[in-house]
Design a protein around this ligand. Structure first.
Ligand SMILES: Nc1ncnc2c1ncn2[C@@H]1O[C@H](COP(=O)(O)OP(=O)(O)O)[C@@H](O)[C@H]1O
Ligand SMILES: [Mg+2]
Length: 510
């Protein structure tokens, strides 16, 4: 007899249904698993065999064929243990129950404990879309699943509890749907702790308001890392759609914590400079999201930028432009979204004091250029705001007065985002930084004096077409912070000024 249960598979962010068919036929005992299983799926046989035995069932002594359909899509990970277990019991008629409208997801331990799976959120959302009425998942994935409405989620710690439920011996209630609670936005790191540095704070406020990339450059100890780490405290709250997207990625990467059903605060990822290209962009035989995708809808912070390998920096170029990273494999290419705000910090030279107001730099000009040359032109071009973080003045440091708090700054950021949400209503754009070239003219309307100054800057600084677009978008954000519908001269002037550092340092125009 052929028994059939349902499960789900993942291809990148996309979930797809998987039919688990089990056929028992007379003949020499054998166990065939077909339908493009990877090594961890093939090992299911041993886990399921032990789990069956340890739960008091017998492993069928016959020729067992298990087919995971559709046969042309790769099945990855140990999540098919549970559907295979159920399907074997049915085929063997050790238990009879109808499960055609249910999806089973979960890894089994040898004693029958259910272990958590990756990517459960994407799979449940898809199962719901396909019309399944219930899903059976490991207990540890329950919180993550509880935000999905209109599908019954049954979560268990051990397979015997699940079987008791299915046979009606001891039914349990579905895991309750719980709408996400308001995000907790309090952090210990507050801009009130940063003395002085008003220009850097202003630039970070603009970056947060429009989702722009930013480069902080300055001598050691001036507070670059300190400033960047406080960025999450002024980032705008995530919309529900953004939260779902980010949660899906974190779930696929196996990074969900058990307390939070949804990633509601914008991620802040700061990989160490020894990170591999695969660690940054995603990879592995079963491609998993890399740091850039883990930072989706949040911040990717690269501290000490020149220390990162050239290949790591180069691999970021395309994803930064497309907001999507594609990983190619023989089995097909997988894309993960990566709409991030790139924040980079660096010293201007190996000793750190090139261009310092009082302390001399001990590096040769050649060493300085070599150091700065590690940041390629195309990457520099993608950093919308370049800001100098000068050494803190003694007066500022000794000033007992508290600076403006993050909450106050965030208020302005949120106001600018509200304007943007109205502007982008009905599109999938979230912030000014994502305005496509085609929409620039319509969405970034300028006064004639603003056009004039931009034209002059374009010629004087020999901007590339990309820089022009980016300066315009930053001007849009500055105008939004100002509550202005049209982009005016001061807005453009400020945006252009954030593109002058590359001349100072990279062209040595001190
Ligand atoms: N503007 C500032 N206000 C208060 N403390 C500061 C400031 N700048 C630097 N510091 C102190 O100096 C330390 C080093 O700063 P850090 O951000 O690591 O410097 P950088 O990354 O530029 O080398 C901080 O942890 C902080 O204690
Ligand atoms: Mg630092």
């Amino acid at each position: 007899m052929v028994a059939k249960t349902y499960s789900m598979g993942l291809f990148g962010m996309e979930a797809f249904p998987v039919e688990v068919e089990t056929d028992l036929s007379p003949g020499l005992p054998a166990f065939e698993l077909v339908g493009l299983p990877d090594a961890s799926v093939r090992e299911s046989r041993d886990r399921v065999r032990s789990a069956l035995k340890n739960c008091g069932f017998s492993f069928p002594v016959s020729r067992i064929t298990i087919n995971l359909a559709p046969a042309d899509k790769r099945k990855e990970g140990p999540i098919y243990d549970l559907p295979i277990f159920i399907s074997l019991l049915q085929a063997n008629r050790q238990l009879t129950f109808a499960v055609t409208d249910s999806v089973f997801i979960g890894e089994l331990s040898l004693s029958g404990d259910l272990r958590p799976a990756r990517g459960v959120l994407s799979m449940i959302l898809k199962a719901k879309e396909l019309g399944f009425t219930s899903v059976f998942i490991p207990w540890e994935n329950a919180t993550e699943a509880s935000i999905v409405k209109d599908i019954q989620v049954f979560a268990f710690k051990h397979i015997t509890e699940l079987l008791q439920h299915l046979t009606g011996e001891k039914m349990v209630a579905p895991y309750p749907f719980s709408p996400p609670k308001p995000a907790n936005l309090t952090t210990d790191l507050d801009f009130a702790d940063v003395k002085g540095q008003s220009e850097a704070k202003r630039a970070l406020e603009i970056a947060a308001a429009g989702g722009h990339n930013i480069l902080l450059i300055g001598p050691p100890g001036s507070g670059k890392s300190m400033l960047a780490k406080r960025l999450p405290s002024i980032l705008p709250t995530m919309t529900f759609d953004e939260a779902i997207e980010t949660t899906k990625i974190h779930s696929i990467a196996g990074f969900m914590d058990k307390e939070h059903a949804l990633v509601q605060t914008r991620p802040f990822r700061s990989p160490h400079h020894t990170v591999s290209t695969a660690g940054l962009s995603g990879g592995g035989t079963v491609p998993r999201p890399g740091e850039i995708s883990m930072a989706h809808n949040g911040v990717l912070f690269l501290d000490e930028l020149p220390e990162f390998s050239r290949s790591a920096m180069e691999i970021l170029r395309q994803p930064l432009e497309d907001n999507m990273v594609t990983i190619s494999r023989v089995s097909g290419s997988i894309s993960y979204p990566c709409n991030v705000m790139l924040v980079a910090a660096m010293n201007p030279c190996p000793c750190g004091y090139f261009g310092h107001s009082s302390r001399p730099c001990i590096c040769s000009l050649r060493a300085v250029n070599q150091y700065l040359g590690k940041i390629s032109g195309p990457l520099l071009d993608r950093l919308d705001l370049h800001i100098e973080v000068p050494p803190v003045e003694f007066q500022d440091l000794s000033n007992a007065e508290k600076s403006e708090s993050s909450a106050q700054i965030r208020l302005r950021v949120e106001q600018a985002r509200t304007l943007q949400q109205k502007r982008f209503a009905g599109t999938d754009i979230h912030a000014n930084a994502n305005i496509p070239s085609a929409g620039l003219r319509e969405m970034c309307e300028m006064t004639s004096s603003a056009v004039g100054i931009l034209e002059r800057a374009f010629e004087q600084f020999s901007f590339s077409a990309r820089t022009y677009d980016r300066v315009l978008k930053v001007s849009r954000t500055i105008a939004d912070l100002d509550g202005s519908v049209l982009i005016d001269l001061p807005h453009v002037a400020e945006a252009v000024q954030y593109r002058s550092l590359d001349r100072k340092y990279w062209l040595n125009e001190l």
